[in-house]
Design a protein around this ligand. Structure first.
Ligand code: ADP
Length: 502
């Protein structure tokens, strides 16, 4: 049996090999998005499918996505077509799974439903047990689905802990199953510290055995992400710097020894952004369109924002923004300490974020302390995010760690200059302006003092508007499109064993 379909060949046209890839994950923009994972799910599969066979030695990728049928999605996708139903075995009663199908950007998306998915009102929840059940069920149901529809995949590409167990399930529960013989197992790491905590009981309930041997420390032998990393043929961190960082004690979440044993399998590939979806020259959700060659309308976007939020519209005051999850990872606490230190400088600040209740409260306090300069918008608002990228002068990203980070790339594409900690993908995508042809302001230490110093440098730089516009121009000319990264992924699919006949 060959899983690589062959088109009828003629002497002139070599046969097209079709490599079948199951892309299994929890977020796909615009269907379901909480953060950068959703952006990747929404853009990378289509970019992979677009790669011309000439660039892949004559091969073509047949990519389909597998996503939980999250409760908020059901409203949006009432017409999704039922595909198949089956049961997922457990130590108790088997759990029923119902799979639906929709199409996104021309690619099939399978949506897995069942009690563990419909129990959770949102994409994610706060109860680790419910989360573990939803994503263990989802990961295993993905394997049953692949078998049920006789889809002879060559590659299973999982993302983060939510789908890591589809790799481990393949290696254990389906070890001898011909449907999965020689399937290449790829795991992308978008955020290492989310290991899938407190799920050991659920894993056992779904018949998954703990890892044997000593490679994994005992505490990690029944945790989804470490198990996925244990069996993956390739572990792909979402930036080259993060691929290095996860091998160090500071970033490895206690897994550095284990990860070092796997270091030959770890690669870093930088995420891209969808440059069509994120384009200030055609973005229907921003009031004034602009481009690198026509920056002038941009300042009107800033004025509209100031008006919308009741801030003074005085010209020459830089507008700062933060757009992101309110989590200690993102360093908002550092920013909350840095801003008051810079009170003698002119600036205005609109922050958009939701998450940790203590941080949300601290943001409210900052707004109360600076009522004429600060607005804290504590929600998820995709439209406002676009207006902020298009109108603010500087984006603050003082992340403690940042596997890749998309906000800084989007900001640069919209001429909003990043001030960021030199870590992970931030380091890989931003050049400090103190170097020639820089694109932003970087600082090393995760401290409010280091952040304030970088902000002071940026505020100073802003005073020279000619230099600032040149900086904006350089940012907007950066190529963050998915094409290059998608090709790197595709080469891994092809060159590793998934690219060979099964
Ligand atoms: P992460 O994946 O860690 O959340 P990224 O920078 O990689 O961070 O991606 C964040 C994405 O989510 C960006 O597209 C950003 O614009 C968006 N985003 C984050 N928080 C919000 C929010 N409160 N409202 C709108 N968009 C948001």
């Amino acid at each position: 049996m060959s899983a690589l379909s062959q088109n009828p060949s003629t002497e002139e046209t070599p046969p097209t090999r079709i490599l079948k890839v199951a892309f299994v994950l929890s977020e796909v923009d615009p269907l379901a998005k909480v953060g950068g994972l959703g952006d990747v799910g929404g853009a990378l599969p289509a970019a992979l499918a677009r790669i011309p066979p000439e660039q892949l030695g004559g091969a073509r990728l047949d990519i389909r996505l597998i996503l939980p049928f999250h409760v908020p999605l059901k409203e949006k996708l009432k017409t999704a077509k039922p595909v198949v139903s089956f049961q997922v075995p457990t130590t108790g009663r088997p759990v029923k799974a119902h799979v639906f199908e929709t199409i996104l950007d021309g690619l099939p998306v399978y949506l897995i439903d069942g009690a563990p998915v419909s129990k959770l009102p949102d994409i994610y929840g706060n109860d680790p047990l419910q989360m573990a059940e939803k994503f263990t069920f989802f990961s295993l149901a993905a394997l049953h689905l692949i078998k049920k529809i006789n889809w002879e995949i060559n590659v299973l590409h999982a993302h983060d802990w939510h789908s890591a167990l589809s790799l481990y399930g393949m290696e254990t529960l389906f070890q001898k199953d011909p449907a999965f013989r020689n399937v290449l197992k790829i795991l992308s790491i978008h955020n290492l510290p989310f290991l899938g905590e407190k799920s050991s009981q659920i894993l056992q309930q779904y018949l998954l055995p703990p890892a044997d041997g000593e490679i994994l420390s005992e505490w990690a032998r029944l945790l989804p992400l470490p198990l996925g990393m244990l069996v993956a043929d390739r572990i792909i961190a979402v930036s080259p710097t993060y691929a290095q960082e996860i091998l160090t004690p500071e970033f490895s979440s206690g897994l550095e020894e284990f990860l070092r044993t796997r270091s030959n399998h770890i690669t870093g590939i930088l995420n891209g952004i969808d440059i069509e979806r994120w384009n200030p020259a055609s973005d229907a959700l921003i009031p004034h369109l602009f481009s690198s060659d026509n920056l002038a309308p941009r300042s009107q976007n800033r004025q509209s924002l100031l008006e919308e939020f009741g801030l003074s519209r005085q010209v020459g005051i830089p507008l700062l923004t933060f757009i992101g999850r309110l989590d200690y990872q993102k360093g908002m606490d550092l920013l909350l300490k840095a801003l008051p230190r810079l009170a003698q400088h002119p600036w205005q600040f609109i922050l958009l974020g939701a998450g940790n209740p203590d941080l949300e409260q601290a943001c409210r306090v900052l707004e109360e302390r600076f009522p004429s300069r600060v607005r804290a918008v504590l929600r998820y608002d995709a439209q406002l995010a676009r207006r902020l990228y298009a109108g603010a002068d500087m984006l603050l990203m003082p992340s403690r760690y940042e596997p890749c980070g998309l906000a800084q790339m989007i900001a640069m594409r919209y001429g909003c200059i990043p001030i960021a900690r030199a870590t992970g993908g931030l380091k890989d995508t931003i050049q400090d302006t103190r170097l020639s042809a820089g694109t932003g302001f970087l600082f090393k230490k995760a401290s409010s003092a280091a952040l304030s110093a970088a902000m002071t440098a940026a505020l100073q730089y802003f005073k020279d508007q000619t230099a600032w516009e040149a900086l904006q121009y350089r940012c907007m000319k950066q190529d963050f499109s998915w094409e290059k990264s998608a090709l790197e992924y595709a080469k891994i699919y092809l060159n590793d064993k998934g690219g060979t006949e099964r």
